[in-house]
Ligand binder design. Sequence first.
Ligand code: PLP
Length: 372
Amino acid sequence: MIPVMKPWLGPDEAAAAAEAVNSGWVAQGPRVAEFERRLAAKVGAAHGVAVSSCTAGLHLALLALNIGPGDEVIVPSLSFIATANVVRQAGALPVFADVDLMSQNLTADSIEARVTSKTKAVIAVHQVGMPADIGAIAKVCTAAGIELIEDAACAIGSWFRDRPIGSHSRLVVFSFHPRKILTTGEGGMVMTTDEQLADRIRRLRQHGMTVGAYERHSSAGPVVEAYLESGWNYRMTDIQAAVGLVQLDKLDEMIARRRLQAERYRSALSEVETLATPHDPPYGRTNFQSYVLRLEENHPESVAQLIARLEANGISPRRGVMAAHLEPAFAGHPHEPLPNTEHLTRQTIILPMYHTLSDDEQDRVIDQVLDR
Ligand SMILES: *Cc1c(COP(=O)(O)O)cnc(C)c1O
């Protein structure tokens, strides 16, 4: 069976995890601090704060901006449901805006149409790694006096204009779930340009505590922590960070391979007029975290039929990105019409793409999609 995704893990990750275990320091400690420094340097962010997941990071990003009950946050419905869930978890109201058909992302116009006097922020997703036009989006946010948070769960190693995602906004959050490109098992990181926000998020991830265990352990004199506010336990472990450091060294290679695979898919599949293949937007570069193929309405096969045929032939694709407003969790949640979102979630399929997918295996996928 050819899966849709397989993380590229090997003996180096296993050795790094074992080294952390053997050191006796397994919770948040020196490896987490090093992972934060190295990833921040890699993407050009001033600060990185590692957390237990991207979901946790987005939750803390909202709390650090004091967003809560009575506030509205604009999000795409076309996203993994965590993007909308975190707004509810902060006590605020998620307001769904529609996305662009090509990039699958919110646009400046779709956001502007949803701004009200209660809007406090936008969570702009770089869907499946495809950069959103955060230049235009930031302009709308600045004009409206609202915050921009980037849900960059899938976008590590993607670029907007001349810099990596992670370096542009006050708050950008990555995921290291195995379905993404760089994995630590579970995990995430908040990147920020703002030192005060970084301090607050560090505190909120560890019960509101001013000093973490490792700082206390490594300081010369006695250190007594204070609890400035009630926080969460959203910490990453040193075992996870050890794996993340090895994965970080492989990131560029992983993205280069995916871009080659994307080009192989494009050259074979774009010949079919009723198939729309993904490509870089004019303002940036995607990491192809997932390869999302769109079937035009007049394509001879439905997405469900194509998935069934691929599965019968040893290939395990996935339906395209979900739409939160169509799920029972958001039944009855008010929203304006979302035509592009509904078209995309119905008409897209995710094809297998991962580092160790061989050319022969990819050709099998292509042959099956083309039914030849
Ligand atoms: C995967 C994903 C998340 C959640 O990431 P976790 O690290 O699993 O919490 C959030 N948003 C988007 C767009 C995602 O793809």
